[in-house]
Design a protein. Structure first.
Length: 449
């Protein structure tokens, strides 16, 4: 079943923004700050001594001082939290990869902490306006329940600050970042890619020479494709539509992103051609950055960026590169169990109408190993991990075509190893690993003994 591109985009946009949850929290806090003092007015006289002992017991002046202290301290703590978050984002961008920023901005713990702090601040300010003293020409009123609730929220904010600092200390660890990227990428591929069809991929229609090109409306990155909208447009126009650019691709306005041609031998009239082109353009979402909405290769891109950055001369951290390659291997082994390559959408009469481009294993494996192989060519540990990655992937691959892809990468990696100035011990160890990859391609995994 085709996924709705609009739904994917909306979910991803809300998940990666810092403002939605804090905004909802502030709105609820203001409503509570208006309604709870009304409850105080109704039940204040009826509170018995046993219940009142746990409530705020000071006068109007003390209530104002407490609420003012809570409000002023919480806005300071919120500013500190924002500052620490920005510092973490800068660290992730400079030390690992700028494409990791989306992982931090989608952190629900950060969203919840900011919502708690801002809600407490807004609630304290809202309740403060209801406190009255007798010298103001009106009856004194101290909303004891409301002030007590503000005190409890302030205590919760203190605990939240401690937990946030602990969470932040764990969040900036490279192990945590790689785990989060892996989890996001795994969730995307499970949502977008169906299980592999044992019968193999269906035949894909090829565009004729006179196919109508479908051009991009603007430049950017292809974020998502609404398959349902494309299928409806193709059926209404009596056409077959092929989108030959996949999510994550860089798009330039005015260049073709696909093609369409009529199912019958009758050419499109001008109105049908224009309507179809407009509907296809509306179904293809183009943004200013890559997202995980439908881009199954984005997680591998992030992991490869971390590995490449770790292998740069300015950082020189091959251990992190090896760790990132381990996550890439796990993702690739999961991907070979999914339906990779172009996807065919059928109409109600089971006729192929829309072809959506998706990466195949060759594309994904090249993305995961090409740059680490190039920039880590002089490091035996990196080369060894690349060989182990190929072995693990060959063992997980069930299709002969997938194993041929692994064998091709093994040949290229052997060429890289042969060109390096390695000592005999390192070269012999890598040769043994390469032999193990060959055996895995054949479906054998001998023990290490």
């Amino acid at each position: 079943m085709a996924r709705s591109g609009a739904l994917d985009r909306a979910r991803d946009a809300l998940r990666t923004q810092l403002w939605p949850l804090p905004t909802i929290g502030v709105a609820l806090a203001v409503v509570l700050g208006v309604l709870l003092p009304q409850l105080d007015m109704l039940v204040d006289d009826g509170l018995n001594n046993s219940g009142a002992r746990y409530l705020f017991g000071g006068g109007a002046g003390a209530a104002r001082m407490l609420l003012d202290a809570i409000a002023s301290s919480l806005i300071t703590v919120t500013a500190l939290t924002f500052s620490l978050t920005i510092v973490t984002l800068q660290l992730a961008s400079s030390q690992f990869s700028p494409r990791l920023l989306r992982t931090f901005t989608s952190d629900r713990f950060v969203h919840g902490t900011l919502a708690l702090f801002l809600s407490t601040f807004a609630y304290a300010l809202t309740v403060l306006r209801t406190v009255r003293t007798a010298d103001e020409g009106q009856d004194a009123f101290v909303p004891r329940i409301s002030v007590t609730a503000a005190f409890v929220m302030a205590l919760a904010s203190v605990i939240g600050l401690v937990l946030f600092l602990a969470h932040l200390a764990a969040k900036i660890r490279v192990e945590t970042m790689l785990r989060d990227v892996h989890a996001d990428a795994s969730a995307t591929l499970r949502r977008i890619l169906p299980e592999r069809d044992p019968s193999g991929p269906p035949p894909q229609p090829g565009p004729p020479a006179d196919a109508v090109p479908l051009v991009a409306a603007r430049s950017g990155f292809l974020s998502s494709v609404d398959g349902e909208a494309l299928l409806a447009a193709a059926v209404d126009a009596g056409a077959i539509v092929v989108v030959d650019r996949q999510p994550g691709s860089s798009i330039v306005a005015g260049t073709p992103v696909g093609a369409a041609w009529p199912c019958a031998d009758v050419p499109f009239d001008d109105g049908t051609r224009t309507t179809l082109a407009d509907r296809v353009a509306a179904a293809i979402s183009i943004g200013f950055e890559r997202t995980a909405a439908q881009d199954v290769a984005f997680g591998l891109r992030q992991l490869t960026d971390v590995a490449t950055k770790a292998l740069s001369p300015g950082i020189n951290d091959p251990t992190t590169a090896v760790h990132a390659l381990s996550h890439s291997s796990a993702l690739l082994c999961e991907l070979v169990g999914r339906d990779l390559g172009p996807r065919l959408l059928r109409d109600a009469e089971n006729r192929g109408r829309v072809v959506l481009q998706r990466p195949d294993l060759a594309d994904l494996l090249e993305l995961a190993v090409a740059q680490p192989r190039r920039y880590g060519a002089a490091d035996p540990d990196v080369l060894a991990r690349l060989l182990v990655l190929l072995r693990e992937l060959a063992w997980s691959a069930a299709l002969p075509a997938h194993r041929r892809v692994v064998a091709d990468q093994l040949d290229r990696l052997r060429t890289t190893v042969a060109a390096q100035d390695l000592d005999p011990t390192e070269r012999a160890a890598l040769a043994r690993l390469a032999t193990q990859v060959e055996l895995a391609v054949e479906g054998r995994w001998p023990s290490a003994g």
